[in-house]
Design a protein around this ligand. Sequence first.
Ligand SMILES: NC(=O)c1ccc[n+]([C@@H]2O[C@H](COP(=O)([O-])OP(=O)(O)OC[C@H]3O[C@@H](n4cnc5c(N)ncnc54)[C@H](OP(=O)(O)O)[C@@H]3O)[C@@H](O)[C@H]2O)c1
Length: 343
Amino acid sequence: MSKITYPFLYKAVELAEYKSNILRSLLSLRWVEKRLESLPDDHLLVKVDAASCNPSDIAFLQGAYQVKKPVPAVPGFEASGIVVDIGAKVLNKTLVGKRVACFTQSDSYGTWAEYVVLKPSEILLHDQRFSVQQSAGFFVNPFTAYGLFELALEKQSKAIVVNAAGSVVASWLRAFAKQFGLHIIGIVRNRSTARLLSKKGWETVLVSSSDGFEEKLRDALAAYTPIIGFDAVGGEASGQLIRCLPDSSFLVVYGGLSAKAIGDIPPLRLIFGEHTIRGFNLNNWLKRASTEKIELAASMITEMLLENKDLVSIQAEVSAENLVEGLKKYLGNMSAGKILIRF
Ligand SMILES: NC(=O)c1ccc[n+]([C@@H]2O[C@H](COP(=O)([O-])OP(=O)(O)OC[C@H]3O[C@@H](n4cnc5c(N)ncnc54)[C@H](OP(=O)(O)O)[C@@H]3O)[C@@H](O)[C@H]2O)c1
């Protein structure tokens, strides 16, 4: 029986309007009071403990993401929390009191709030041994890496190459590669990130801003012959990968961190190399995936998460009042780990 009485007041971060300048956007965030009138029959209510901040949240604040909610809007797509109430039509009546991972792109609610209203498909009930930190990062990045890595297995590639290798998605790709015996080549833009990854055990890391990078990339690709590349950057980085990958390779674009259109791809290289460029989006993957596939992915991810502490990478935890400072810290050094917003 729910102890929640409606309506009730709760607090949430609110974005008044989209601003392409990220600092202006951050400064316009407010910590406001909201009123929840009632819980729809087919939804559940989660008390948020910790919300993640991913590159998609940053692009969202800038109005540069695919998801654009009517403003004012509560940002945040991912979180960890406890289910505190369920609507009458929610089938699983045992959810109340359980810690769940949340992922929502709904117009009306966001995870940067004390409470979030979600559809059952927007939560994952995971191993209850997870810490808040493990739970908060359980949904988006590991499942993205799983979906991407599935493509590498499908193409029977012996190795993979990934840029923005200091990212959490890349660390999961590395974990999957290790599990399946594939070599991984990482590309980062800073030497300091390359050093960090080497310390974590990455064997092949290239720095895109270093002299002779493209030649080094060609050499590494010739040595390990990946026929699939994962591109989170876009802009010139995509062209660089296509120019260097062996013939009949696949480039999977899953992020646009450079905020630049994909370029520098010589048409003749594409034609005579018979390369394929495709996109990947987690939301679509989740919609296509069977329940069995999602369960299989979840159990594999759970095992890896419980075994490997390096897969949780958090540089700071901040309260909603200190959110702006936290976000600035994250933007100043994204490879150092996520920031978690605690409620
Ligand atoms: N398609 C999907 O469904 C999906 C789902 C989840 C994530 N993603 C994408 O996956 C990517 C990684 O996400 P994440 O949460 O794992 O990231 P993260 O852990 O927050 O790390 C971001 C990484 O990107 C690097 N980076 C930022 N801007 C860059 C640029 N212009 N050029 C090269 N590197 C840059 C950062 O390096 P520095 O330290 O050098 O800044 C950092 O290593 C993002 O593009 C995200 O949008 C896509």
